[in-house]
Design a protein around this ligand. Structure first.
Ligand SMILES: Nc1ncnc2c1ncn2[C@@H]1O[C@H](COP(=O)(O)OP(=O)(O)OP(=O)(O)O)[C@@H](O)[C@H]1O
Ligand SMILES: Nc1ccn([C@H]2C[C@H](O)[C@@H](COP(=O)(O)O)O2)c(=O)n1
Length: 286
C-alpha cells in the first residue's frame, strides 16, 4: 500500500510525494532511493508527479540544443579550426582555414620517415600525434602519467587529449597545410576530430606494410622509445588491426585513401608518395 509521506519544497512550491512500500507495484514514474539506511525501503520509490517528467525532459532538450550550437555549420575539405578552450554556447571559431592530410599505417610502416620527405619537398607542416603526446608527458602536464601509461600499454589515448594538442599545434603554426601523422587511430578519434574542428582530410596517405617488416624496423629503431619492445609492439599491432584499420576502410569507402606499398626501400616508397602529391602541386600552380 502506498502512503503519502509529506510535502517537498522546491523553489517556494510545495510538492507532495509518496513513498511506495517495498512490495507495492503502484509506482508509475521515477524511482529514487532515499533513506538508504532503512532496509525496509530498499529500493525506496517516490512517485513523482508528471510535473517533474516535463521539467527534466525540457532541460534535457535545452542542453541538447546548446550542444548542437557549438558545432561548426559546415564541413568541407578546407576546415575551420575551433578553439577547444573556448567551447560552449556562443563560442566562435578562430576562422583559420587549413588543408589536412592524414598519414596512417601500422607502427613502423615508415610514416614519420616519409613525412620528413614530404615536408622538405611539398611545404607541409608535419604534426605527429605520438610526438605531441610524448612532448606532453615531458612537459610535466597533469595528463602526463595517464598518457605515459597508455603508450606503454600500446593503448589509444582519449581523443579529447590528442585533439586539444593537435588543435593547439595547428593554431600556433603559420602554415595552412598539415600532415597529421598517426591520427585518427580509431573511430572515436575520427568522429571527435571531425565534430570538434569541422575538418575533413583532403585524403588519407596509407602506408601498407607487412607485420614482420614493421616488427623488424621497430626493434631496430633505437630511439629509446618505451613502446619499442616486443610486448608493446605486439599490443600496438593488435590495436592497429582492430581499431585503426576500420578508420582506413571508412575513408576508403569515401574514395579518399591513397595506398602506398611501404615494404620497399625508403627511396622507392618516396617515389610512390611523390606521385600522389604531384597532382596537388599542379593544381596549386595552375
Ligand atoms: N622503407 C623503409 N625501409 C627500411 N626501413 C625503414 C623504411 N622506412 C622507415 N624505416 C625505418 O623504420 C623505423 C620506423 O620508421 P618510422 O619511425 O618512420 O615509422 P612510423 O610509421 O612513423 O612508426 P611509429 O608509428 O611507431 O611512430 C625507423 O628506424 C626508420 O628509419
Ligand atoms: N592518435 C593517437 C596517436 C598515438 N597515440 C599513442 C599510442 C601510440 O602507441 C603512441 C605512439 O604513437 P606513434 O608515434 O607510434 O604514432 O602514442 C594515441 O594514443 N593516439
Amino acid at each position: 500500500m502506498d502512503a503519502t509521506c509529506g510535502v517537498r519544497k522546491k523553489k517556494g512550491r510545495e510538492l507532495p510525494f509518496k513513498i511506495a512500500s517495498p512490495n507495492s507495484s503502484a509506482t508509475p514514474y521515477f524511482f529514487w532511493a532515499i533513506n538508504k539506511s532503512d532496509a525496509r525501503y530498499r529500493p525506496l520509490r517516490i512517485t513523482f508527479p508528471p510535473y517533474f517528467c516535463l521539467r527534466y525532459f525540457s532541460s534535457f532538450f535545452f542542453y541538447l540544443q546548446q550542444f548542437r550550437k557549438t558545432k561548426p555549420s559546415y564541413q568541407t575539405s578546407m576546415g575551420t579550426v575551433v578553439d577547444s578552450s573556448n567551447q560552449g554556447a556562443g563560442s566562435l571559431p578562430t576562422n583559420k582555414k587549413v588543408s589536412v592530410i592524414f598519414v596512417l599505417g601500422g607502427p613502423g610502416s615508415g610514416k614519420g620517415t616519409q613525412c620528413a620527405n614530404i615536408v622538405e619537398n611539398f611545404g607541409y607542416t608535419h604534426l605527429s600525434a605520438g610526438d605531441l603526446l610524448r612532448a606532453e608527458i615531458k612537459s610535466g602536464s597533469e595528463n602526463g602519467t595517464m598518457i605515459s601509461n597508455m603508450i606503454k600499454e600500446g593503448k589509444i589515448v582519449p581523443s579529447e587529449v590528442t585533439i586539444k594538442l593537435l588543435q593547439r599545434a595547428i593554431q600556433e603554426n603559420g602554415n595552412d597545410k598539415f600532415l597529421i601523422d598517426g591520427f585518427p587511430r580509431n573511430e572515436e578519434n575520427r568522429a571527435a576530430f571531425e565534430s570538434v574542428t569541422g575538418i575533413e582530410p583532403e585524403f588519407v596517405l596509407f602506408f601498407d606494410c607487412p607485420e614482420e617488416e614493421m616488427e623488424r624496423r621497430l626493434l631496430g629503431r633505437n630511439q629509446g622509445r618505451e613502446d619499442d619492445n616486443i610486448d608493446t609492439i605486439r599490443k600496438r599491432f593488435k590495436v592497429f588491426l582492430e581499431s585503426s584499420l576500420p578508420v582506413i576502410e571508412y575513408y576508403n569507402s569515401k574514395g579518399k585513401v591513397r595506398k602506398i606499398d611501404a615494404a620497399k626501400p625508403v627511396g622507392e616508397v618516396f617515389e610512390a608518395v611523390k606521385a600522389v602529391f604531384a597532382p596537388t602541386v599542379e593544381k596549386v600552380a595552375a
